[in-house]
Design a protein around this ligand. Structure first.
Ligand code: C5P
Length: 398
């Protein structure tokens, strides 16, 4: 499958280095050429000979080793790589890459390479959550480095939390996706809405909800990876827009409606995963509301239902809604499909474990116009995003 592909695998110094052995072996089974570069500390955990035996290539650890072939080694590896993978990537290596430090063979090669870069971090939870590390990861993401999220669980140090190296098969899948991308949405424009809306009461306060935007951002990311032109209309979130996505930031439901109506014209597929406020304060006070009375009544007026408006004018476009319920999930979702003229709805129950706003997973039911129900088990939001896009594409091609 990966015949003719050159993978440079950087292994840095953590106990998870042993998992890179399995990764090497998996990549070799797919007929890739694998050149392993180890940091000095990685070589304390696993010997270069192990990687040499698995990759059937010389393993590079030291910049000042006598070259085996008369080439400037880091430049030649950097040039021939189709992808540079760092697994495990320590906080140290991530920090160096984000700050332009190239003081060993691995960081020098990465810096000299124009290939795709895939980073699989592994470290203690506190290190992973350290704002400096998070900032470095963010910097690299913005530069186009792709990350395979670490898993959660018991770490080698005994702590429990996020920081476990992703499983070798997950890293292998990410490599395959990057080297053999599926571009089945090429030529299509996908409009995605994400996040909450905020409805201002006065210059200080607003009404909002718990939506983080993770689901919509995952859909935007997957659609862009699959070749679509993506417009992402986002309420306030802390998330970074995926690469190659046109982001339009909005605050209120009214602003979201305006942006959606403007961009829907060019869209083939519209996915409304935003949690839009149903009501807004009837008046926005220009001054801060003072606490003078014992009681304060705020009059709310109805926001437009953007999805309902879209349903009236959708034409041939594929229109997908999301529904979050706390009761009568199926009946409510079925009614929304009809009322809002949707092709299908992705419904979840806020109280189901693994579903809901802030997490990285979801458990949903997909309900179509005919009322048929697909039960989608617990999975990552990015995987669910692909399922939603698969279904959208099959409606498009009908
Ligand atoms: O009717 P309900 O709000 O539960 O429907 C949820 C779906 O409708 C979501 O796809 C959401 O983005 C959309 N919606 C909307 N405008 C609103 C409220 C919800 O587009 N004012």
């Amino acid at each position: 499958m990966l015949k003719g592909k050159n993978i440079v695998l950087g292994v840095s110094g953590g106990i998870a280095a042993y998992k890179a052995c399995e990764l090497t072996s998996r990549l070799k089974k797919l007929n890739a050429n694998v050149d392993v570069i180890m940091t000095k500390s990685a070589a304390e955990f696993v010997t270069p000979l192990t990687f040499q035996s698995l990759s059937l290539n010389q393993v590079v650890t030291d910049m000042f080793d006598k070259p085996k072939y008369w080439e400037i080694e880091h430049i030649s590896l950097a040039k021939k790589a189709d992808i540079v993978v760092i697994a495990p990537a320590t906080a140290n290596v991530i920090g160096k890459l984000a700050n332009g430090i190239a003081d060993d063979m691995l960081t020098t090669t990465v810096m000299a390479s124009k290939a795709i870069k895939l980073i699989a971090p592994a470290m203690n939870t506190n290190m992973y959550e350290n704002p400096v590390v998070q900032k470095n990861i963010e910097t690299l993401k913005q530069l186009g480095y792709v990350f395979v999220e670490p898993g959660e669980g018991r770490l080698a140090c005994g702590d429990i939390g996020k920081g476990k190296l992703a499983e070798p098969e997950v890293i292998e899948l990410a490599i395959k996706e990057l080297l053999l991308p599926v571009r089945d949405l090429e030529g299509k424009t996908v409009l995605v809405t994400a996040g909450p809306t905020v409805e201002h009461l006065d210059p200080v306060r607003f009404i909002t909800n718990h939506s983080t935007g993770k689901m919509g951002f995952a859909v935007a990311e997957r659609a862009a990876r699959r070749g679509a032109k993506v417009v992402l209309i986002a309420g306030p979130t802390n998330l970074t827009a995926p690469q190659g996505v046109e982001r339009v930031d909005v605050q209120s439901a009214l602003e979201m409606k305006e942006a959606v109506m403007l961009h829907m014209k060019e869209a083939d597929i519209i996915i409304k995963s935003a949690a839009v406020a149903d009501y807004r304060p009837a008046e926005i006070s220009s001054e801060k509301i003072k606490k003078s009375e014992e009681e304060l009544t705020i009059k709310l007026e109805k926001n437009p239902d953007i999805l309902f408006e879209l349903g009236k004018v959708k034409g041939d476009r594929v229109l997908i809604g999301f529904a979050m319920e706390t009761q009568n999930l199926i009946e409510n979702a079925k009614a929304k499909v009809q009322k809002k003229n949707l092709d299908f709805i992705v419904a979840n129950d806020l109280r189901t474990e693994g579903a809901g706003f802030a997490g990285d997973t979801n458990v949903v039911k997909i309900i179509d116009r005919q009322g048929s129900i697909e039960e989608v088990p617990l999975m990552k939001k990015s995987e669910l995003a692909d399922i939603v896009l698969d279904r959208a594409l099959s409606v498009c091609n009908r």
